[in-house]
Design a protein around this ligand. Structure first.
Ligand code: ADP
Ligand code: MG
Length: 391
């Protein structure tokens, strides 16, 4: 993985360890909702406790815009972490200043401290050197386990990494292994499945993956823009007029490698209750819109998936939020889960869909980072990773 130090390369024994985690989780009425990101950080935290360290955790939550706003407090996360890890978690209501210094210096070996939201300070997003210095002063070494923010150069992941001996935590290491190594050295046939609303969000991903994969299966609203580029009338379907020219270029460049749906599920309105039917592409009546791929497409895609060895998937095949238009996404998810493949799923909505289908433990890797996973699929090196110490 990119020749960066990982947790086991770092001498942590008896040290104060600052860990940047991604605890940006949903909070509803002061309670943690989906705690996947907290669970995903446990291996690193537990390893550090076993190494007789003092564990100081920091994270952002939401977008408080550089001000201390109570609705973005990490206090509920400290409570939730204490429950899942089965031990007390101390909380400092400021990640900087006397509060943080006192809390960090009074911490004992085997204890956990969570610092308040790093984005309560404007210096975080500016990667302010003074903020990085204050954070670094709290600890002896730094571990970055926050994959979800690794595509941002902020004080708590990039600034601090430049000031302390550093390494990637187990979660970051795993994400890089699957989204980096697996893709760079994929066993062939290697295919990508790309969907979601817009082509414009994913041009970088398509371009990068076209060079590496054998085929790209397209679905979701994104397919519409490709169809428009081929001259089809799509009635009221979502089409990005600005991206038609790019879609045309991609089709020409990719040839057979770019696979488009053969049938689509259409709706008389943008709602789950709308009248719906399956038609061949090209037969979308006036006033109707494409909301999913059709059953023949699911069968065709499943057969390609079964014959492959490596699959990377980003973007739902349809408006899966409407149960009547989730069949394409769930059908493809089923095919990926049941195939004998190394499968990597990235993207906030794609991950939500695979969890909703209860197939999340039947794939090789589910990424904890939406934006960060997209940038990895674009072939970019993430600033949070490059800032870490080399092996
Ligand atoms: P991810 O978060 O996995 O990267 P995106 O955010 O790119 O995925 O796209 C997900 C969104 O795309 C979903 O909200 C879904 O409803 C929407 N979408 C998928 N297919 C269509 C379609 N045919 N028309 C309109 N929206 C669509
Ligand atoms: Mg999304």
């Amino acid at each position: 993985m990119l020749n960066k130090k990982t947790l086991k390369d770092l001498n942590v024994k008896d040290k104060k360890v600052l860990v940047r985690v991604d605890f940006n989780v949903p909070i509803n009425d002061g309670m943690v909702g989906d705690d996947t990101r907290i669970q995903a950080a446990l291996p690193t935290i537990k390893y550090l406790l076993d190494q007789d360290t003092k564990v100081i955790l920091c994270s952002h939550l939401g977008r408080p815009k550089g001000e201390a706003k109570p609705e973005f407090s990490l206090a509920p996360v400290a409570k939730h972490l204490a429950e899942v890890i089965g031990m007390p978690v101390k909380f400092a209501d400021n990640c900087l200043g006397d509060v943080a210094q006192t809390a960090a210096s009074s911490l004992k070996v085997g204890e956990i401290l969570l610092l308040e939201n790093t984005r309560f300070h404007a210096g975080e997003k500016k990667n302010d050197p003074a903020m990085a210095k204050e954070l670094a002063a709290l600890a002896d070494v730094f571990v970055n386990d926050a994959f979800g923010t690794a595509h941002r150069a902020h004080a708590s992941n990039v600034g601090v990494a430049e000031l302390l001996p550093s390494a990637a935590g187990f979660l970051l290491e795993k994400e890089l292994k699957y989204l980096g190594n697996t893709i760079a050295n994929a066993e062939k046939p290697f295919i990508a499945i790309l969907g979601g609303a817009k082509v414009s969000d994913k041009i970088g991903v398509i371009t990068n993956l076209l060079a590496k994969t054998d085929k790209i299966l397209i679905g979701g609203g994104m397919a519409n823009t490709f169809f428009k580029a081929q001259g089809y009338d799509l009635a009221d379907s979502l089409v990005e007029d600005d991206a038609i020219a790019t879609a045309k270029e991609l089709i020409e460049k990719a040839g057979d490698a770019l696979v488009l749906p053969v049938d689509v599920a259409i709706a008389s309105d943008f709602s789950n209750q709308a009248e719906n039917k399956v038609v061949p592409i090209g037969d979308v009546p006036t006033g109707w819109r494409i909301l999913d791929i059709g059953p023949a497409t699911v069968v065709a895609y499943a057969s390609i998936i079964q014959k492959s060895k490596t699959v990377v998937w980003n973007g739902p095949m349809g408006v899966f939020e409407f149960p009547n238009f989730a069949k394409g996404t769930f059908g493809v998810a089923e095919a990926v889960a049941n195939a004998d493949v190394v499968s990597v799923i990235g993207g906030g909505d794609s991950v939500a869909a695979i969890k909703e289908a209860n197939l999340d433990n039947k794939v090789s890797h589910i990424s904890t980072g939406g934006g960060a996973s997209l940038e990895m699929l674009e072939g970019k090196i993430l600033p949070g990773v490059s800032a870490l110490a080399d092996k």
